[in-house]
Design a protein around this ligand. Structure first.
Ligand code: DP6
Length: 353
């Protein structure tokens, strides 16, 4: 287990004055949800989480850097080609948080150009893909400065930095099933960075599709980062944390045994528990839209009648992620388009990579 100071690079830097790095990073969908952070700590989760990294849902970030000539550093951000001053405070906070671990950043001006291939702030984890893409870019600069940087360290530190930008982002660094947060049953799991799920999984869980129903494209009213804070006075928080811990143990055994029905029940339970926390916080709020609920009922009916393996999960938004094994794709996808399309603004076909 690495100490926090491990990420402070003591090696000698080579000198570079400017350059451009580009990185692409995917979003992820949590099976066991991260909801709530430890108070008075920076980005330390209340519970461990596990996610699938998604294919074809990503952010591309191009980071140009040039040596500062005058004293004042400038950081500019362009989102889909337009300058976005409103995104800057989050980026500045991130640069401030990581400055101790990446002291070389202070010598450069930056231009960040970024785009998502999906709507931002709508419940598809855009902060996960954008913060991980930016962290990967920063690590790419570090690699130029420190020639001996090892791949393993590169990814660990990229995950560590991503976490300081957005908790769920630290899981996007690795493909497949990824764990973040200490859990006693998962070797090497820790609160500082994510790790690839270290145990064998049944083949059924290596080929899963995620069809994302975009119910609402408008930015979320309450951002996840605000929602996490409300766990501190949620009267049900203690039970939720116990439940998350138990669900992780259950998931570990399901992943080994290959029981898809149990898997489905577990992820739906996690999703609804997350929304129960959101609804019972003070202040309370509701992320689901009428069409979210319409879809959930439709999925339950379909499953009852067809006995197919189609299950949902949700982020802290209105959109629905539908997970199912690739071998059932033909039948299920046809049903999704014919029965659910009318509830959505858009359908994104993704997969768990
Ligand atoms: C519901 O990672 O967006 O998607 O750390 O404040 O940036 P911050 O929060 P964020 O929270 C994601 C919460 C979630 C569940 C999950 O992805 O585990």
């Amino acid at each position: 287990m690495f100490e926090k100071k491990f990420f402070f690079n003591t090696k000698k830097y080579s000198i570079i004055s400017n350059g451009v790095v580009t990185k692409k990073s995917p979003s992820n969908i949590a099976l066991i949800k991260y909801w709530g952070k430890k108070q008075n700590k920076i980005q330390i989760p209340l519970n461990s989480s596990m996610s699938y990294t998604l294919g074809e849902v990503y952010t591309v970030t191009r980071l140009s850097f040039s040596m500062i000539e005058r004293k004042k550093r400038s950081i500019k951000l362009f989102f889909s080609g337009k300058e976005k001053k409103s995104f800057l405070p989050k980026i500045l906070k991130f640069f401030h948080r990581i400055s101790f671990y990446c002291s070389y950043l202070q010598y450069f001006n930056f231009v960040i150009e970024t785009y998502n291939n999906f709507p931002h702030s709508s419940g598809i984890a855009s902060s996960a893909s954008s913060m991980s893409a930016l962290s990967l870019c920063i690590m790419e600069i570090e690699k130029k400065l420190v020639s001996s940087l090892k791949e393993d360290f590169f990814l660990k530190k990229a995950s560590f930095l991503s976490r300081l930008g957005s908790g769920s982002a630290c899981r996007s660094i690795y493909p497949g099933l990824v764990v973040w947060g200490y859990h006693k049953s998962i070797k090497n799991s820790n609160n500082l960075y994510a790790i690839p799920y270290p145990y064998k999984v049944h083949p059924i869980f290596t080929k899963i599709l995620d069809t994302i129903l975009v119910i609402d494209e408008t930015p979320k009213k309450i951002l996840s980062s605000t929602g996490h804070q409300f766990m501190s006075n949620n009267p049900y928080a203690k039970s939720r944390l116990k439940c998350a811990h138990k669900n992780m143990n259950r998931l570990i055994s399901i992943l080994k045994m290959g029981d898809f029905k149990e898997f489905g029940k577990l992820i739906e339970h996690e999703a609804l528990t997350l929304h129960a926390m959101i609804m019972t916080s003070d202040p309370y709020f509701l992320c689901m839209k009428p069409n979210t609920i319409n879809v959930l009922y439709k999925v339950w009916d379909f499953r009852k009648q067809s006995k197919k393996n189609l299950y949902f999960t949700l982020d802290a938004g209105a959109n629905v992620h539908l997970l199912y094994p690739i071998k059932e794709k033909k039948f299920i996808l046809k049903w999704i388009y014919s029965e659910l399309f009318s509830f959505c603004k858009k359908i994104i076909e993704s997969f768990c990579q």
